[in-house]
Write a protein that binds this ligand. Structure first.
Ligand code: OSB
Ligand code: MG
Length: 383
């Protein structure tokens, strides 16, 4: 596949409401995209970096600059293989997993559209073409939907959760902070005893194992990233305490895993029983599938993690989540949960289930008028 031209976009999309986590508040979803023109057709990629570098070191505008001035120009004229993203040395995207993931998504989108395959089917097929495999039997048609709820007062969180449950969501992931945890969990459980409740601390409980054990007893099913990403010891202590108490609550790593070595370290220390896999955070959909495979082998439950993506990124996440190791319901809500405006087609949800996208490539094309209306900056290279 020959890359003929690259277009990088920086877009500002209004949110329906601010998203608050312990790492910061997102009020507008600034997001960057790449459009690759290749000899087999066009492909689009989304960079999942948040507007500010709060969750990881990448930001939407920073990624845009790198894609527009470094990664993009380096791609033009290259013959690219989506399975082996081989950028010139020095690689302008080294250490920038979200920007790298964006390029990979665009390459995959173009390659899959050219052969008429959906991302979900291709992921199940693996890297081999296996004509005998009955893919339609392996790729589920729908996925259980799950939704994330930002930090808010106990009363507002309960109201939001009740509303989301009535929309059909059975799995709710509520953000917590020290001092804003047990009463919150107790109230959500009291109002929604049948909900599958996860909590996500975004690293805000430094070494604090005890309050998390109280949450485990109060009825949560999973505790996501309670400790700092580098604090493997506390995560291992929490896993051990829960096991001793015969408590099946999962300890899910999120920010702690960016590279394969991070997963190796956490597995060796028995410091996670679940892993939130976000294609952007780990450097792409293929790296995400590799981590999924490793989790399956190790008996660690995988869950598909969201980054407040647009419909494009959400399509990619839903395709990934069809792999069999994703047994813990993920951040699988349509982009419309957060975005008031989105140039991309959205996922559809009925009766608490998301419909798995099966069209060619990652996602259908964007609404170009909406894209133009919300574009802050656009850089074209080549063509
Ligand atoms: O920690 O899981 C997180 C969104 C942005 C950055 C980090 C996180 C989140 C979410 C997922 O909680 C929200 C979603 O995309 O559904
Ligand atoms: Mg998280």
């Amino acid at each position: 596949m020959q890359i003929l031209a690259v277009d990088a976009y920086l877009i500002d999309l209004p949110l329906t409401e601010p998203f608050v986590a312990s790492h910061g508040t997102t009020t507008t979803r600034t997001v960057s995209f790449l459009r690759l023109t290749t000899d087999v057709g066009v492909g689009w990629g989304e960079c999942s970096a948040l507007p500010a570098a709060t969750y990881t070191a990448e930001s939407a505008a920073g990624s845009f600059r790198v894609l527009a001035e470094g990664g993009g120009p380096a791609l033009v004229g290259q013959s690219a293989d989506p399975l082996n993203l081989d950028l010139p040395d020095p690689d302008p995207l080294a250490n920038l997993p979200m920007a790298r993931s964006c390029v990979e998504m665009a390459l995959l989108d173009a390659a899959l559209k050219a052969t008429g395959q959906s991302l979900a089917h291709w992921l199940h097929r693996g890297t081999e073409t296996d004509g005998d495999l009955d893919l339609d039997q392996n790729v589920p048609a729908t996925l259980v939907a799950g939704v994330s709820v930002g930090l808010a007062s106990v009363r507002d969180t309960v109201d939001t959760c009740v509303g989301l449950a009535s929309e059909g969501y059975r799995r709710l992931k509520v953000k917590i902070e020290p001092g804003h945890d047990l009463a919150l969990v107790e109230q959500v459980v009291r109002h929604l005893p049948d909900a599958e409740l996860h909590v996500d601390a975004n690293g805000s409980f430094p070494g604090l194992v005890e309050p998390l054990l109280a949450l485990a007893d109060a009825g949560v099913a999973a505790i996501e990233q309670p400790f700092a990403p580098t604090d493997t010891g506390s995560a291992a202590a929490l896993v051990a305490s829960l096991q001793q108490a015969d408590n099946s609550v999962l300890v899910v790593a999120d920010e702690a895993v960016e590279r394969p070595e991070d997963a190796t370290r956490l597995l060796a220390a028995s410091a996670m029983t679940g892993l939130s896999i976000k294609p952007g955070r780990v450097g792409g959909i293929l790296a995400a599938r590799d981590l999924h495979d490793r989790c399956r082998t190790a008996g660690v439950v995988a869950t598909a993690g969201g980054m407040l993506e647009t419909g494009l990124g959400r399509h990619g996440l839903a395709a990934l989540a069809t792999l069999p190791g994703f047994t813990l319901t993920g951040d699988l809500s349509p982009a419309g949960r957060w975005l008031a405006v989105d140039p991309w087609p959205d996922l559809t949800m009925t009766d608490g289930q998301l419909v798995v996208p099966t069209g060619p490539g990652v996602c259908g094309p964007p609404d170009l008028d909406l894209l133009a209306a919300h574009t802050v900056e656009h850089v074209s290279v080549g063509g």
